[in-house]
Design a protein around this ligand. Structure first.
Ligand code: OOG
Ligand code: NI
Length: 464
């Protein structure tokens, strides 16, 4: 077979993302409602802001917005994580970033599998926040051993998914028929199972140790626990959710409302209580329930440099010293006020964010720049001042540990807060993953540098 017969990994990712969305829509109807609401708000926002529409069109980002989503899964063993990496690689998704959530009382550490590079991100930025359970953080040794034994006997991938992943690795890709089959087979891993693999008694003990442990250990596979469409106005979607019969989380996670959106803002609706059958020791099935799957929306802003990120972390910490958001929403207004006040030192214009080196930008030639005969050696600042070069924010494609913890917590139940000693262990995670995770800052810096190099090359071509 020739290489030209292969479907691109970007296309396989798009097929997979669409299939996952359709499956989740059928399984969790409130997700479909949320999608409709987000689509409507996005249209209204674009209609009200022609300049935003124009910038998104110019940077090739408009088409991707309504297609855009992320999901999350929680895995049980190193072997599952390592195989998951290989499955995602077939779809052009690679591990970026390391997130330690133990500090936030959640016994997992995580990465995000996502496309890397400007072209792939523009095609389809679908990503999956992927956590690995850390049984080492569970105190009860007997329970830990039982959980490990239970996880050791499950197989979360279908034989077809494994076979096609190996085939893709050997051939360097999949043809159209194989790609379609791969999507169907891989999707099985993410499906919901309403029959637990553990007895009611064991479920209760796992649940008492930590709700998340029960969620990972009790089932046949790592059901997708949420899918998150991207909105252009998260405050509006949050405000309108109740009109659509959806009860939102108390506060929006991340930075406050601003003119120039930074990083990532997220909110969710609470996880559903779903019926589950548990098999008792005597073989009989007992009815019970489990709470895991929810819906979330996100608004993405500019990716920050290490300097910008440090400022963000400082300001967020400062606001939380004033008010910590209560899970019941009772101090939501105070929290929003404290957050907005804490963030006043963070400049709110693209010019200032750029001038202070707080964010990453993609540079391109203006109309004037495209016709210009001068300036290839000039400094970037003077090219901008002369109106030859313009800049657009580079979108943050990753996650925020404090926000992720807030999302985890609101869906684990408000009584689920537990303290673990902070114990980031990126080395262990990478060993289990079978690869290093990419550093997100290097990645954004690379996109920025490439855009500057393109401008310079085009300017010198114009001169020649
Ligand atoms: C993942 C929570 C993290 C996000 O958007 O920050 C996340 C989980 O609950 O498994 O998806
Ligand atoms: Ni999420």
């Amino acid at each position: 077979m020739t290489k030209t017969a292969f479907v691109s990994s970007d296309e396989i990712r798009s097929m997979f993302s669409a299939a996952m969305s359709a499956m989740y829509r059928a399984e969790v109807p409130a997700y479909g409602t949320l999608m409709d609401l987000v689509a409507r708000v996005n249209l209204e926002t674009l209609d009200a802001d022609p300049k935003l529409r124009e910038r998104l069109e110019d940077t090739d980002s408009l088409n991707r917005i309504s297609e855009e989503r992320h999901g999350a899964i929680r895995l049980g063993t190193p072997a599952e994580l390592a195989m998951m990496r290989r499955v995602f690689a077939v779809m052009g998704m690679f591990p970026v970033g390391y997130y330690d959530l133990s500090t936030a009382g959640v016994p997992v550490h995580s990465t995000a599998f996502r496309p890397v590079g400007d072209a792939s991100l523009k095609k389809n930025p679908f990503r999956v926040f992927t956590s690995l359970l850390r049984l080492d953080l569970i105190a009860d040794e007997t329970l830990r051993a039982e959980a490990q034994a239970t996880l050791a006997t499950r197989e979360i991938f279908t034989p077809g998914a494994v076979e096609l992943t190996e085939k893709a690795e050997q051939q360097g890709g999949l043809d159209r028929a194989d790609a379609a089959r791969f999507v169907t087979e891989a999707l099985e891993t993410f499906r919901w199972h309403d029959k637990a693999r553990v007895s009611p008694d064991m479920y209760a003990r796992l649940h008492a140790a930590h709700r998340l442990v029960a969620d990972v250990v009790s089932f046949k596979g790592p059901h997708i626990n949420h899918l998150t469409p991207r909105t252009l106005d998260i405050d509006l979607v949050q405000a309108r959710m109740p009109d659509y019969g959806i009860a939102p989380k108390a506060v929006v996670e991340g930075p406050p409302t601003r003119k120039c959106a930074i990083l990532l803002r997220q909110t969710s609706f609470k996880a559903l209580n779903e019926p589950v059958l548990f098999q008792a020791e005597d073989g009989s099935w007992k009815e019970g329930s489990h709470t895991a799957r929810f819906g979330e929306i996100e608004q993405r802003g500019i990716a920050l440099t290490p300097k910008g990120r440090a400022l963000y972390d400082d300001l967020l910490n400062a606001s939380r010293k004033v008010v910590r958001p209560a899970a019941d929403g009772s101090n939501a207004a105070d929290y929003e006020k404290a957050l907005a006040e804490a963030f006043t030192p963070f400049p709110d214009s693209w010019e200032a964010i750029r001038a202070e080196g707080l964010g990453y930008f993609a540079y391109s030639l203006t109309e004037k720049g495209r016709k210009s005969r001068a300036g290839a050696e000039a400094s970037l600042d003077s090219l901008i001042a002369d109106g030859l070069v313009q800049f657009d924010p580079i979108v943050y494609e990753d996650f925020l540990p404090v926000s992720a913890a807030g999302i985890f917590q609101s869906n684990l139940g408000d009584d689920a807060t537990q303290d673990f000693a902070a114990s980031p262990n990126q080395q262990r995670f990478e060993l289990d993953l079978g690869a290093k995770v990419l550093n997100e800052f290097d990645h954004y810096a690379g996109i920025e540098q490439a855009s500057i190099a393109d401008c310079r090359q085009m300017l010198s071509a114009v001169q020649a």
